[in-house]
Design a protein around this ligand. Structure first.
Ligand code: GDP
Length: 418
């Protein structure tokens, strides 16, 4: 479907592009699966009855059944993935919590996790944890328990803990967005492993900076490595803790423009992942902690500014919402392209191959049918010839007998006369 049509819905979220495309492609693959099953049954019958199809062809068809089933399984699990990076305590967990509108990930000193945490939607209203390499669901009753569970575990820095949170609690989880929080880029020596294990399939990266300081070498280095491995990764930069700037209003604008310039230069000149215009739309000044507080107040039915930390709340709150909107547009378009384009072309090639095979089989059936018809015609001709021949013979015999009888009669009457 063209994007414009995908947008036409009651739900105006740009994430719907992905949600609808996923539904559509799943439906199409459902039809392809049905078609492949039907055709396989037909092919097997042809093999059994007339041996028009050989064993290799039957096996090839069976392989399509498995291929399509495999793609369907992957499709059902496909999601949009966003990964957050930055130094410890810059506010990565707080940004994720603000976007989820709930304090799900533990944040703050003493509650910093030293492994990767992935938050994804769960069905059936259940909240639980799963550690890497285990299928065991560790039930989480409340957030405090989750925080303790994460802190008590002696987890390897590049291991992954998956947090399943009820889909219906948050629209982003409902729409298949998966969040990955990383340990701080300052604590890791294994950036390469991180990227290989957790980042290669991320649709969007968010670099969370502390607006009170400048970007560090570790933060830059990480994205240099990412952009060597991925062609043009989508990177957003959040200058977090911008509420702190309210304390120094006289230099707020100059600090902002200095940060903006550095961030744009980083994206355009250093990483070369965006042009100037795009980069300018990827840099934001926010306060995650304040946004989260505001949203918690909103959930209680209070006005959002009750969560304000400092002067200028409204601007920062709008900026956070602006970030979310641009992020949603970017992630859903990128995920549709990277995930479904591949599946569509595989689906196209499978159905193309099947069509070619069926055309071949059809041709063979036609030849087979014509051959049978020819044989039938030949036989009919032969029967007709034999019939004419027999009629002629019969006629001749009749004549012969008639003549013989006449001859005999003549001879008898002659003998009698004599
Ligand atoms: P992480 O280590 O990058 O995940 O950082 P956290 O989200 O755990 O945040 C570290 C500390 O900074 C916590 O105490 C947060 O409440 C605080 N924090 C996060 N974002 C902000 C912000 O925008 N403004 C202020 N004032 N504090 C923040």
């Amino acid at each position: 479907l063209p994007e414009s049509r995908l947008y036409q819905s009651n739900d105006k979220s740009p994430l719907q592009i992905f949600v609808r495309a996923k539904k559509k492609i799943n439906d199409i693959y459902g039809e392809i699966e049905e078609y492949v099953h039907e055709t396989t049954t037909f092919i097997n019958a042809l093999h059994a009855e007339a041996e028009i199809v050989d064993k290799a062809e039957r096996e090839l068809f069976e392989s399509y059944v498995h291929k399509v089933a495999g793609i369907r399984e992957v499709l059902q699990r496909d999601h949009m993935k966003v990964a957050f990076f930055g130094r410890t305590s810059n506010g990565k967990s707080s940004v994720i919590n603000a976007m989820l509108r709930e304090k799900i990930l533990p944040s703050g000193i003493g509650h910093t996790t030293n492994c990767f945490c992935q938050v994804e939607g769960s069905n059936g209203g259940e909240a639980y944890l799963m550690k890497e390499g285990s299928d065991e669901k560790l039930n989480v009753v409340n957030i405090k328990q989750l925080a303790n569970a994460l802190c008590q575990e002696k987890l390897c820095e590049s291991s992954l803990v998956r947090i399943f949170w009820p889909r219906e609690r948050c629209s982003l989880l409902r729409d298949d967005v998966v969040f990955v929080d990383s340990p701080g880029v300052d604590v890791s020596a294994n950036l390469d492993d991180w990227i290989d294990n957790h980042c290669l399939n991320a649709d969007v990266f968010v670099l969370v900076l502390n607006a009170e300081s400048t970007m560090t070498r570790a933060e830059k280095q990480f994205f240099h490595t990412v952009s060597q491995k991925l062609s043009k990764p989508n990177i957003f930069i959040l200058n977090n803790r911008w509420d702190a700037s309210a304390n120094e209003p006289e230099c707020q604008e100059s600090v902002k423009s200095q940060h903006t310039e550095r961030c744009i230069d980083f994206l355009t000149k250093e990483l070369k992942v965006s042009n100037e215009k795009e980069a300018a739309e990827r840099v934001f000044f926010v306060s995650a902690r304040e946004t989260l507080q505001a949203r918690i107040e909103e959930a209680k039915g209070n006005p959002p500014h009750m969560g304000a930390i400092a002067e200028g709340f409204q601007i920062r709150y709008f900026e956070f919402q602006d970030f979310e909107r641009k992020f949603e547009e970017c992630i859903s378009q990128s995920a549709v392209k990277t995930k479904f384009q591949q599946h569509s072309s595989r689906g196209k090639s499978v159905s193309g191959d099947m069509k070619k095979m069926l055309d071949d089989i059809y041709e063979r059936i036609t030849i087979f049918r014509n051959l049978k018809q020819d044989q039938k015609n030949l036989l009919t001709e032969r029967i007709q010839g034999t019939e004419t021949q027999m009629m002629q013979v019969t006629r001749e015999m009749k004549m012969k007998i008639h003549n013989m009888v006449e001859e005999v009669e003549e001879k008898v009457s002659k003998a009698l006369n004599e």
